[in-house]
Ligand binder design. Structure first.
Ligand code: FAD
Length: 479
């Protein structure tokens, strides 16, 4: 007897009972009402579901863990369409194969970064690169270009050497370095627009120990001087993150007070064989005793990234993260800080607490939609990018303050984008418009040609994708 899959049962249940599923991102400000949440058991069930929904032209939004600050994962709301609209999670695809002979790992789309990190560690392996937190689903993180810090290190998508993806008709395509290397450049960061990725293969490396050094630095309101000094430090340290300057909200003066000190951490390989102790003081997310000088040693994953138990900062954030050629860094960081200060008088909402500016670096790459793609870079530049992040942190989860700060966050790109060749993180604050995207991502036409092949009926798009990528043929995706 053929057993109907869970996905099919859910669709039938919806037809009979009119069920609905409300999707939220991690901080509940991105939401939509779908007809159902579908979590198929395996790749075959995903393909079957897609094949059936293609006939109907249903809207389908594949999601990871919803750890984004923008509308990338928003489904088509039920109220906007007569078609069915589904949230699809591939969380049940949990196969894993470690190939130590060629140092690769192949895994299903259900693996979260933290679980995969633990699995690699247990096998004396490590990622080439990793973000600061591990809360994401791996495919979800890779699909937006999630990254850590390192001038000779790529984002986490750069480790992908192959993947399996289903198009909107449920057809499987196997993409890899050997057979379709050029297409892989489109699929490494696909923003959920090119189909449902069911499996990935990444390059891994033998694990190694690193020494993490944290230093406290004095802040100064001479920002040009401070950021020029930081730029010099990036020449000394390949893998470094600067946490600061920090500003505290002063309710009396209605202004941001610059904290006297900030700190940075840098990482370097070591042969030290003593105790592993970096996880005793995470500091990756504001946890622990961060502003102090210390040295710790650990396995690389545990030294550069933070497991869920090390994440303590869960207020509503507004956040921007902008990538720009490192040569422009000191001037850009100065002007970002001055622009923020010029906007402070409009920050009237009551629950501001702290503002942190962070600085990282990343090696450029050739992935079509990578924020550090080098396609429009002046050849005289190094191909290394600086990353400027600003976090606006609140006293508590207050929507008014969040929206106020997000409105401000959106203004940095129009202000500085053209001047410094800035590209925003896809899942933080979004790019300004399709014209800007085309300029900063010269391979966008090639990406959209593949998108047309993979999704001819525009079932995978949402407002974010249509407007930010300028997918003209999908402009009427709601009709
Ligand atoms: C607290 C916090 C900390 C963060 N830290 C960092 C950091 O250190 N560095 C950094 O660069 N970013 C960071 N980010 C951003 C985060 O890494 C990205 O937003 C990431 O994309 C989120 O992953 P997710 O699994 O939650 O994916 P989601 O937000 O759910 O999805 C992201 C994209 O992937 C697509 N997708 C998901 N699964 C599939 C699939 N199977 N097939 C095809 N497409 C798929 C979705 O459609 C969507 O377009 C952070 C975000 C938060 C909220």
């Amino acid at each position: 007897m053929v057993r109907p899959s869970l996905a099919i049962l859910l669709v039938l249940a919806h037809a009979v009972f009119g069920t609905a599923y409300r999707w939220f991102n991690w901080q509940y400000e991105v939401t939509c009402e779908s007809d159902a949440y579908i979590a198929p058991d395996d790749e075959e069930a995903v393909a079957k579901f897609l094949h059936e929904q293609f006939v109907e032209g249903s809207h389908i939004k594949v999601v990871g863990n919803g750890h984004g600050f923008g509308n990338l994962t928003q489904c088509v709301d039920q109220t906007l369409t007569k078609k069915q609209s589904y949230i699809v999670s591939l969380t049940n695809l949990k196969e894993l194969h470690i190939h130590k002979n060629n140092m690769t790992v192949t895994f299903g789309a259900g693996w979260d970064v933290n679980d995969l990190a633990e699995e690699l560690k247990a096998n004396d392996l490590s990622f080439n690169s990793l973000g600061v937190e591990r809360v994401q689903n791996f495919v979800g993180a890779a699909s937006t270009g999630t990254h850590g810090s390192g001038s000779s290190m790529g984002n986490i998508a750069s480790q992908i050497i192959g993947l399996r993806v289903l198009d909107s008709q449920g057809n499987l395509r196997v993409i890899n370095e050997k057979n379709n290397a050029e297409e892989l450049k489109a699929f490494r960061i696909s923003l959920g627009a090119l189909g449902l990725i069911t499996e990935m293969t990444i390059k891994v490396i033998p694990t190694y120990r690193v020494k993490k050094t944290t230093k406290v630095l004095n802040a100064t309101s001479d920002y040009s001087k401070m950021y020029s000094q930081i730029a010099e430090l990036y020449k000394e340290h390949d893998r470094m993150t600067v946490w600061g300057p920090h500003f505290d909200w002063n309710a009396e003066t209605q202004d941001w007070d610059l904290e006297a000190t900030y700190f940075l951490s840098y990482w370097e390989p070591t042969d030290y064989a003593g105790a592993s102790n970096c996880t005793l003081n995470y500091c990756a997310n504001g946890c622990g005793d961060c502003k102090k000088e210390y040295i710790c040693y650990d396995e690389v994953i545990d030294s550069v990234s933070c497991p869920p138990q090390g994440v303590c900062n869960r207020e509503f954030y507004a956040e921007i993260e902008h990538f720009l050629p490192i040569e422009y860094y000191a001037e850009a960081a100065t002007n970002y800080t001055l622009f923020q200060q010029s906007q402070t008088p409009r920050m009237k909402a009551p629950y501001n607490q702290q503002m942190v500016i962070q600085h990282r670096t990343l090696k450029g790459d050739d992935t079509y939609m990578s924020p550090v793609n080098t396609y429009n870079l002046d050849p005289k530049l190094s191909g290394v990018f600086a990353i400027i992040e600003i976090d606006w942190i609140q006293e508590y989860d207050n929507f008014t303050t969040l929206w106020q700060n997000q409105e401000l966050a959106f203004e940095f790109l129009p202000q500085f984008g053209e001047t410094y060749n800035v590209r925003p993180h896809w899942n933080k604050m979004s790019p300004a418009n399709a014209t800007y995207t085309q300029e900063k991502f010269p391979k966008l036409p090639e990406f959209l040609a593949i998108q047309q092949r993979q999704d001819p009926k525009c079932q995978f798009v949402n407002e974010f994708l249509v407007s930010q990528l300028g997918i003209a043929r999908c402009a009427r995706y709601l009709s």
